[in-house]
Design a protein around this ligand. Sequence first.
Ligand SMILES: O=C(O)c1ccccc1NCC(=O)[C@H](O)[C@H](O)COP(=O)(O)O
Length: 239
Amino acid sequence: MLELLPAVDVRDGQAVRLVHGESGTETSYGDPLAAALAWQRAGAPWLHLVDLDAAFGTGDNRERIAEVVRAMDIKVELSGGIRDDDSLRAALATGCTRVNLGTAALESPEWVAGVIAEYGDRIAVGLDVRGTTLRGRGWTRDGGDLYETLARLDREGCARYVVTDINKDGTLQGPNLDLLRNVCAATDRPVVASGGVSSLADLRALAGLVPEGVEGAIVGKALYAGAFTLEEALEAVSV
Ligand SMILES: O=C(O)c1ccccc1NCC(=O)[C@H](O)[C@H](O)COP(=O)(O)O
């Protein structure tokens, strides 16, 4: 069954949504803890929690993020600005289930190979792409070819990938199913789909890719915009 990960992206202490992950496009949705608790109450099995300031290099929301993780009884995937021993230690110390590395996988391949070997499936790698070009530093800089990087990370034993089509992210235009199929064909590791989910039909389409390797789907804007409820989403993927 497709796992759902409602997203809480934190900027300046607030839960926000971005368009194409671009700084300056924020719509605010208030207190991140309140949002996370609402998703938990609605039955979410996972929370996808992002420190956008850490991702953009405009500070961090470590205290706020740690507070949210502490309040969760469900699994938490933590993302944003985890690039070195200090930020990884702080992220893992929150008690999150796993972290999602992005920029580091592009800029510090040896460090990433080491932490994959040390922490196993507590480490996922975010493959954030425009076309087939990876983007790092809060999705602002090119970082190499998707499939070359995927092959390297596979060799290093990476447990799982979170795949985002940046052109779709925050746009409610539907996920990039072709990209997901292509990534699944290129790796035997599970893939978490992110970006663009707009409807229950999108979730059913993603659920149809479970046999190909899509394990989960991150859902942000659609939930905040009220396109469907989390309860409806869970029901839609439960068959
Ligand atoms: O995850 C990151 O590290 C990140 C960095 C810079 C900008 C955005 C980032 N993440 C955004 C997300 O993970 C979104 O919450 C997710 O893709 C949901 O997208 P959508 O359903 O289209 O709102």
